[in-house]
Write a protein that binds this ligand. Sequence first.
Ligand code: SUG
Length: 419
Amino acid sequence: MPLEEINFDGIIGPTHNYAGLSFGNVASMRHGGQVSQPRAAALQGIDKMRANLALGLAQGVFVPHPRPHRGWLEALGSKIEKADPPLAAAAMSASAMWAANAATVSPAPDTSDGRCHLTVANLRTMTHRSHEWPATLTQIRLAFGDERHFAVHAPVPPAFGDEGAANHMRLTPGHGEPGIELFVYGVSGGAFPARQHVEASKAIARLHRLDPERTLFVQQSERAIAAGAFHNDVVAVANERVLFAHSEAFEDREGVIARCERLVPGFELVEVAADEVPLEDAISSYLFNAQLVSPPAGEMTLVVPSEARKTASVWAWLERHVAVNGPIRRVEVVDVRQSMANGGGPACLRLRVVADTSTVDPRFLVDDDRLDAIADMVRRHWPVEIDHADLQQPALIRDVEAARAALLEAMDLSEMASS
Ligand code: SUG
């Protein structure tokens, strides 16, 4: 079987809530304190996966992590029932749903040992995300356990923040061919933290045995981080030979373009100028947090969140450019509003892995029937609503733990019950 791009989406967990935990993430800060709808959120995520399947794309999933994270609270000398509310909220977060932050992936054609390398992200900058990595590592080791084809690395040491594929892009003539990899790091972002450290990016490039000649380290613009683009995938996305980016995404715009032109035959830049779509509109609409995909039988398609349609400058830009000129030929709109309210768009919800599907543990791959079974568990067990003031209620905790256990059983993954 040939190598193909597989999108692994995080199934949105039963504790999805709005606790306003992510400083620098404008949507999370704005929606903090609102009532969330975990069941609707998870069903929206499943529908997005169905849309990928309908395009003929291979689809995988990651399962929600155990929440509350009892082990993390225990290590802090606390318990969910008694923890201070901010600590309890961090232990209840469903943030592992944003699979783009799970790991950085270098496909086999780029690495010197011909295996696909994955390094789990340490996510050390945000408290509620810093404890995700052990469960992510367990899951990635299971899904990509075939060492003939995959090399899975534990996170780089927490001295250097790493946010995974959200700050990594790949340009290639075709997914199964050698590509160039761009690691986008932050230095500062005004009042907001830069989450990706250049030393973490460099370490991953070394661990993944990438060719230094085909590896770029690119600084994210300070202005983008300060405007709320806490990850590069909020202002740029790459697919095959195409880089779709905002003109203010990178600190050294000309340098990035020149190097891509030199290294990628047929490189195409689709750039959105700041005078057509201001950075703030790009960030609130998540125009760039789109899935830019190449369906096997179709034309390059941009899968945008419904917020893009509601933002006048963004929708006008798409109407003016897509299918008129350039390589992006179609736009698909998906509704992931529950995730968007926490700053997670269509691209945040998925991790791209280039692999032969027959080398992946099949329990992590889905078709429409498996999605039906997952949706059934969601409808039966996911809470309809969560008020973040109720995060420590014993009845809610009992329900969300039972919900995850039921899902794992339905997916034949009960061995992950405690991890
Ligand atoms: O890390 N939001 C996530 C959103 C991650 C988006 N991922 C990518 N851009 N790839 C974050 O900021 C909000 C959680 C809360 O407020 O409860 C949150 O963690």
